[in-house]
Design a protein. Structure first.
Lengths: 407, 348
């Protein structure tokens, strides 16, 4: 069984702000929000920069009548994105009427903030028992449980970890289940929070930059981390029509493959990444030439960007050097496990607005990346079909194809 | 309901030993207990393939290789893009996470080993497996208290859709002294978590066509894998059932149940089992705490009982297993509202 699968709800919160409108405006204006990190002291690291969510977003936080005193930032980010997505999809929830749908979320180190806080207290002789109520958030699975309880979502909850491809894997699995007839409607997304643990890790791996993040630039020196969450409501077209839901875009293909090459380095021959992209194109049953815009993984690291360019050439052929492409990581940082869903939402915005965001901070294109990278501002042109890529540690590769919805 | 998803290999290791013989000893109550840091990995795997990896990766790789050997699958002779690997875990690479964080807190952050960080990401074990074995298909890590069941479900879906021929599905978790502190406030017997545990179990899921073409021996078939997340209060008001399609009162079917050591998990188990007294055994105490490792052992035990119920009647003390049983289910009610059911059958 192959059914048409559509997106009917979206919620997003990043350093650019909360909501689709705020994000759209920032993308249009080419306005990034990378600043000095405030949630922990970053001075002992190579870079002090990050894309943090405005702390005001967490003030006076509430989630209905659920006790949120012991929720950490990750749960709060995910709650905001999920409730916004449900609202935009027109899905009502109440104590009497639960939302009977699965919720699949991807994260890389979703529980780390609570875990490191507890561990640090124990290591430094503080009273770690005071922090015990926060410990439930040390496991990402508890964060989904918090959201499910607060929003009365009754179904399978599943946390997927596929490093920086985690949330795209969550969307892909949800899409394939709906397409294959396993369910009619489901929720998918991802989240990631800035933490000392993660920031220090990427610093010692020499993958971050103290300069700006410059994907595909000859002089790029690394990535900058960010935080946030994104959530989609995904359903069959029939189900959406039946409940008169607003159809935002259609998912037409998804692919996932493994490099089997190295824990942190991508395969320089790009075989895994190109297979993921080809699988998405094959599933969509399209000619690669119809892809109008590519939202690249584009981390700004030396190894990733060359590999991604190679993967696009292997998978799309000559179209790879023509199709307009940008990475939106310079806007909000690399959201790791949440990158896939946030960039899927950016891709949907590109379709809705017929506007491709600029690849910020590009000065001189790397000659090894023979791509049509968007510079000098966002570009308006006809965008019907978009490819979005996510790649991660451990040789994780995922790609999704989205299409303008035509009823 | 799945059809044509065969289990053609199993592999298991832990602080109690490795392989089916040690596993049987464990069931008979004669485990060769050690701690995972004393486990002789070199006698089972080529540890140079996983140089500097965390214990969880070593455990998972040992069990995965054992399962492949049991299934007589050589990945080099297969289309490796049609082979997948899924690992379920609750805590992932805890040792490296805590070691890395400790060196971060107590030392100079710039001097911390980058290897500690990259190996502390939860998908590191499955990445080690795919890299060392050359698996180029779908790989993923499921996290939570029903992570193995969820891995079985994803694998069965992909095999049924024709996207994979073979998928390695397993669970792994390794204890760390810090876990007792973490769980201190939420389990009935927190001291039990200080007991050493660690290990991994893997099952080989294979499409029936593929298994038949290569003449593989089948243990059992995966019929169903279901998971819902809901705490007892939610369940009792919403009448949720995991048993919609399973006739648990049929004498040819048998049910094993496992409840985690907290009040809510036990209440949920009782809720699901309401009215089911025949053909059911509580096996919560067999593997104790062990999170996804225990879940993988429980799943393997269910497969082995489905294959040969009579063999386990004495070791488990379940006299009903002497009857003709062709379908065995595993119901798990776990921490954090996790409820899962997995069903294995002798029949295609």
């Amino acid at each position: 069984m192959k059914r048409r699968v559509v997106i009917t709800g979206m919620g997003i919160i990043t350093s650019l702000g909360r909501g689709i409108d705020v994000t759209t405006q920032a993308l249009k204006e080419g306005r990034s929000n990378i600043k000095r990190i405030n949630s922990f002291e970053p001075t002992s690291h190579k870079t002090t920069l990050g894309g943090e969510v405005d702390p005001l977003q967490f003030e006076n936080f509430s989630a209905g009548d659920v006790d949120v005193r012991f929720w950490d930032r990750s749960s709060k980010l995910l709650f905001k994105a999920t409730s916004d997505a449900l609202k935009s999809a027109g899905i009502q929830n109440s104590k009497q009427h639960p939302i009977r749908a699965s919720f699949i979320a991807g994260t890389t180190l979703g529980g780390m903030l609570a875990s490191q806080s507890f561990h640090r207290a124990a290591l430094t002789g503080m009273n770690y028992k005071d922090r015990a109520p926060f410990v439930s958030d040390a496991l990402a699975t508890h964060q989904l449980l918090h959201i499910s309880e607060a929003l009365n979502i009754l179904g399978e909850t599943l946390i997927l970890n596929n490093a920086c491809a985690s949330s795209l894997s969550a969307i892909g699995l949800t899409y394939e289940r709906i397409r294959g007839g396993d369910c009619d409607v489901a929720i998918a997304g991802g989240y990631e929070v800035m933490s000392d643990f993660t920031h220090a890790g990427f610093n010692v791996l020499q993958l971050v930059t103290s300069d700006a993040c410059r994907p595909f630039d000859k002089g790029r020196t690394g990535l900058i981390l960010g935080e946030g969450a994104g959530v989609l409501v995904i359903e069959t077209l029939e189900h959406a029509i039946l409940r008169k839901a607003p159809v935002i875009a259609e998912i037409i293909g998804y692919g996932q493959a493994s490099d089997a090459y190295h824990l942190t380095k991508p395969d320089p021959n790009a075989l895994g990444a190109s297979r993921a992209i080809k699988a998405a194109v094959d599933q969509a049953e399209i000619d690669p030439g119809v892809i109008d815009y590519v939202n690249a993984h584009g981390t700004g690291t030396l190894a990733n960007d060359v590999m991604e360019a190679k993967a696009l050439h292997l998978a799309l052929g000559t179209h790879a050097s023509k199709v307009p492409l940008s990475s939106t990581k310079p806007f909000m940082g690399h959201l790791l496990g949440a990158a896939g869903v946030v960039e899927t939402i950016v891709s949907v915005i590109a379709i809705k607005e017929q506007l491709a965001p600029e690849n910020l901070n590009l000065r001189e294109l790397d000659s090894e990346c023979k791509l049509n990278v968007i510079r000098s501002g966002a570009q308006k042109f006809a965008i019907k079909t978009v490819l979005s890529n996510s790649f991660g540690f451990g040789g994780s590769n995922a790609a999704i194809l989205l299409k303008e919805f035509i009823g | 309901m799945y059809s044509g998803v065969a289990i053609t290999g199993v592999g298991m290791m832990g602080d109690w030993g490795a392989g089916k013989d040690d596993f049987s000893s464990l069931l008979l109550g004669h485990p060769t207990l050690t701690t995972i840091d004393k486990f002789d990995f070199d006698s089972h795997i080529d540890t140079s393939l996983l140089r500097r990896a965390d214990y969880i990766s070593l455990c998972a790789f040992t069990a995965a290789e054992m399962a492949l050997r049991d299934a007589k699958i050589s990945i080099k002779q297969e289309d490796s893009t049609r082979i997948g690997a899924i690992l379920g875990t609750a805590h992932g690479p805890l040792h490296y996470s805590f070691d890395y964080h400790e060196s971060l807190v107590t030392g100079d952050p710039k001097m911390v080993s980058p290897m500690f960080f990259s190996d502390s990401i939860p998908n590191a074990p499955v990445s080690h497996i795919s890299t060392a074995l050359g698996i180029h298909g779908y790989t993923i890590t499921t996290q939570g208290y029903c992570a193995v069941t969820q891995g079985l479900k994803i694998a069965a879906e992909r095999i049924q859709r024709g996207a994979l021929d073979v998928c390695l599905v397993g669970g792994a978790d390794v204890n760390h002294g810090f876990l007792a502190k973490l769980y201190g406030g939420c389990v009935a017997h927190p001291k039990k978590i200080t007991t050493a545990f660690g290990g991994s179990g893997f099952l080989i899921l294979e499409s029936l066509d593929h298994a038949q073409k290569r003449g593989a021996v089948t243990y059992a078939y995966l019929e169903q894998a279901v998971m819902i997340t809901a705490k007892y209060g939610v369940l009792s008001s919403q009448h949720v059932s995991l048993f919609d399609k399973i006739d648990v009162h049929n004498p040819s079917k048998y049910l094993l149940s496992v409840a985690d050591d907290d009040k809510d998990s036990k209440l949920r188990r009782d809720y699901f089992l309401n009215g089911i007294s025949d053909h059911h055994t509580d096996c919560s105490s067999i593997f104790g705490y062990g999170f996804a490792a225990a879940e993988s052992f429980q799943s393997i035990l269910t497969v082995l009982i489905a294959q040969s119920p009579q063999m386990f009647s004495s070791s488990l003390g379940i006299t009903e297993l002497t009857r003709a049983i062709n379908n065995v289910s595993l119901l798990r009610t776990a921490f954090a509202g996790g409820n899962s059911l997995v069903v294995f059958s002798q029949n295609v």
